[in-house]
Design a protein around this ligand. Structure first.
Ligand code: ZN
Length: 315
């Protein structure tokens, strides 16, 4: 089978020099072009109505217009008029992958899931929460003009970014049909990263669970946490869709990472996630997330490997 991966050059808004290597998704797309079994496709942007299911009108307007500026920049990006169209495309990529996964069993998008984004503000470079926007749109059977709707009830997020997915968890509290599982090495709250999870970690709820990886954790601890977390998901119940967020920032050379995970370890992470989806028959859509290693080619390699793992597991 050929796996569809959604990419659009408009994902990257020109934000100037920034800790977030904004061109990394273009470089992943370049690396994947010509890769057998993988087809790149362009998504449509989200609509404002799709955003409004998850985000307040005031926050959406702030991101669109730049005013009030503090709210427009709550995710810590300097606001530009290009920000809004770029995040609509990014969220559209996540939604397109999720919708495609319902037909094909698997699909991906070269976007971040933006898991720090809350309903009424952004945090940590995350403007709108693409994961929850996609889940809400599919539940409403609202996908895209001209495409058959396929509605679902229950959605689970497997969040394997380095940072705790606090925005997704906050949105899960009012969505009992959504399960958020965050396996993390840094806690995160109010635009502050807490590097040591033994000093601070998040409180869980019935449908937002988490497992903290202690500093120095390597492959075996990570895979054990995934097994434990997926058992929590099974106890919650079977989802109709799994959204898998594969961050590149757990990588051992990442300036934020206290974990001991190299490229092969993170490839095993991806393989474990896709093998679970294949074994259980739960459709899986993957997105990417943070990655701040100075040598961007190392970030690109983590992200490229995720698509390759999906292709190899589902081939
Ligand atoms: Zn992160």
């Amino acid at each position: 089978m050929t796996i569809t991966v959604y990419y659009h050059p408009g994902y990257a808004a020109p934000l100037g020099t920034h800790v977030m290597p904004i061109d990394k998704f273009a470089r992943v797309a370049e690396a994947l072009a010509g890769e057998p079994g993988i087809r790149l496709e362009e998504p449509s942007p989200l609509t404002a109505a799709q955003l409004e299911r998850v985000h307040t009108r005031e926050y959406i307007e702030a991101v669109r217009t730049g005013e009030p500026r503090a709210l427009a920049e709550s995710q810590k990006f300097p606001w530009t008029p290009e920000l809004y169209p770029s995040v609509l495309l990014t969220g559209g990529g996540c939604l397109a992958a999720a919708r495609r996964a319902l037909d094909d069993g698997v699909a991906g998008a070269l976007v971040s899931g933006f898991h720090h984004s809350h309903g009424d503000h952004g945090e940590g470079f995350c403007t709108f929460n693409s994961l929850v926007v996609a889940a809400d749109a599919l539940r409403a059977g609202d996908w895209m003009a001209g495409h058959p709707a396929k509605s679902i009830e229950r959605v689970a997020v497997l969040d394997m970014d380095l940072h705790y997915g606090n925005g997704t968890a906050s949105l899960a509290t009012s969505r009992p049909w959504l399960f958020n599982l965050s396996i993390y090495g840094n806690d995160y709250d109010g635009n502050t990263a807490y590097r040591d999870v033994t000093e601070r970690r998040h409180r869980d709820g019935a449908n937002h669970r988490s497992i903290a990886l202690a500093a120095g954790s390597g492959r075996s601890a990570m895979l054990a946490a995934m097994e434990e977390g997926l058992a929590m998901l099974e106890a919650w119940g079977r989802p109709d869709l799994l959204l898998y967020q594969a961050g590149a920032d757990p990588y051992r050379e990442d300036p934020y990472s206290p974990l001991d995970l190299d490229h092969d370890d993170l490839l095993e992470r991806d393989r474990a996630a896709f093998a679970y989806a294949k074994r259980t028959g739960i459709p899986v859509a993957w997105v990417l997330a943070g990655g701040y290693t100075k040598d961007v080619s190392k970030v690109v390699r983590v992200h490229t490997n995720t698509s390759v793992a999906a292709r190899d597991i589902f081939a």
